[in-house]
Ligand binder design. Structure first.
Ligand code: BEZ
Length: 209
């Protein structure tokens, strides 16, 4: 099945977006990135999600994370829908969407990244994109992926929380426990050293003959 695994270099795809054509790695530069897909423009749950994403976008910027959304709709639809989305929060009405949206009209990228939901079909029987989240590090490698069905909206505070953990654990050899937030206690990663009965520390490839 097509898709991308943790640690893989994220594809340096070209795409049409609301800010023009991009090459993904150039778009990211030295920043972290979050690419998140939604099933369809002009639908209720997607509108609440993108409105929330726009509202908290400053918090992603503060963390040096570039946001980019994606659906199978056209750039024209994205531009028109963005106005509805921004009107959802009165304090943001009239301001531009603070991140671009990719138009994956031929589903090429959605297939490549394993984002299509075979159970969620459009009126022509074609699969829609699920609610995927990919967090990409400055090394362009995939650090986290989450996949939600169309019927379940995401929590962008949770995405900020996991990004705080990913950025901390990229710098220090620690792990963050359940519900961790910055300032909470962290854990030192347990390192188990195994040795064979003759004292060789190369277990399980013993080199003491
Ligand atoms: C929505 O965004 O409201 C939605 C889209 C596709 C399927 C279900 C819900």
């Amino acid at each position: 099945m097509p898709g991308i695994l943790l640690g893989d270099v994220f594809p340096n795809f070209e795409a049409d977006t609301t800010i023009g054509k991009i090459k993904f790695h150039d778009f990211l530069g030295n920043s972290w990135g979050v690419l998140f897909s939604h099933p369809r423009d002009f639908t209720p749950v997607c509108t609440t999600e993108l409105a929330c994403a726009a509202k908290v976008s400053d918090k992603f910027t503060q963390r040096n994370v570039k946001m980019i959304a994606l659906s199978i709709d056209s750039v024209e639809d994205h531009v028109s829908w963005s106005k509805d989305v921004m009107a959802f929060h009165p304090d943001k009405a009239g301001t531009p969407m603070p991140f671009p949206i990719i138009a994956d009209h031929n589903r090429k990228l959605s297939v490549q990244l394993g984002m299509l939901d075979p159970d969620e079909l459009d009126k022509d029987g074609m699969p829609l994109t699920a609610r995927c989240v990919f967090v990409i590090g400055p090394d362009k490698k995939l650090k986290l992926s989450i996949l939600y069905p169309a019927t379940t909206g995401r929590n962008f505070d949770e995405l900020l929380r996991v990004i705080d953990s990913l950025q901390l654990t990229a710098q220090k050899k620690v792990a963050t426990p359940v519900d961790w937030k910055p300032g909470d206690k962290i854990m030192v990663i347990p390192i188990v050293t195994l040795s064979c009965s003759r004292g060789c520390n190369q277990y399980p490839v013993c080199n003491v003959m």
